[in-house]
Design a binder for this molecule. Structure first.
Ligand SMILES: C[S@@+](CC[C@H](N)C(=O)[O-])C[C@H]1O[C@@H](n2cnc3c(N)ncnc32)[C@H](O)[C@@H]1O
Length: 205
């Protein structure tokens, strides 16, 4: 399902030919590639601080022959000037940064007026019974499947536990507005277990 959600993120960039996008915490470049599929004439930079992930991403690039520009860097201190990007995307990344507010302020400053940030991450399920089922699935079943598919991988334990600290949909929306985004739309999938925030910078800043 994450492929569908990533396609959704790419579409929400609304990029026109020649416009610039930054995919933060790109990992192996999934979202950057989805953005290029959506707008093949966009200029997409894909940033991650893990050289191991970037090495895998470059391996992918040999097959896909995409035009992503990979860059090693920290989402807490991205090396770009103000008003530079038309869109910033981030998938399962904001949950990991050291200081969410500082990171969001940096993103806002890198965006051009009317630019857009799209973040895909885990969300909180609202309906109580489904929330219980989701907790069970996420905390018990997902780690088991993970251990079976990728023995020794901590990711499937880390993912649910890191989501406990991460703000829920409404709180993240409030934080985005507090740091200065002008408008924030929230799109929930699977009862809110997965969520996309689309945050716009004002036109007149
Ligand atoms: C769960 S992966 C998500 C990868 C990709 N965005 C996706 O949706 O498939 C999170 C990625 O964020 C990167 N990351 C975490 N904190 C970061 C930071 N402060 N700066 C840059 N990359 C970071 C990790 O190295 C990892 O590749």
């Amino acid at each position: 399902m994450h492929r569908y959600w990533k396609k959704f993120v790419a579409k929400k960039t609304g990029l026109a030919p020649g416009e610039k996008c930054l995919d933060l915490c790109t990992g192996t470049g999934d979202i950057g590639r989805a953005v290029l599929k959506y707008q093949p004439q966009a200029s997409v930079t894909a940033l991650d601080f893990s050289s191991e992930m970037l090495a895998l991403a470059r391996e992918n690039q040999k097959k896909s022959r995409d035009t992503l520009r990979y860059l090693r860097g920290d989402a807490m201190a991205p090396p770009f000037p103000e008003n530079h990007f038309d869109a910033v995307t981030v998938g399962y990344g904001l949950r990991n940064v050291l200081d969410l507010q500082v990171c969001l302020k940096n993103i806002l400053s890198m965006l051009k007026p009317s630019g857009v940030l799209i973040s895909l991450d885990v969300g909180k399920v609202g309906l109580p019974v489904i929330a219980e089922l989701n907790q069970f699935y996420f905390f018990k079943i997902v780690p088991l499947i993970g251990k079976w598919l990728m023995p020794g991988q901590e990711m499937f334990d880390y993912l649910p536990h890191s989501s406990l600290e991460y703000p829920d949909q409404e709180n993240l929306k409030r934080i985005l507005l507090d740091v200065g985004f002008h408008q924030v739309d929230v799109f929930d999938f699977v009862f809110g277990a997965s969520t996309v925030h689309v945050a716009y910078k004002a036109a007149n800043t």
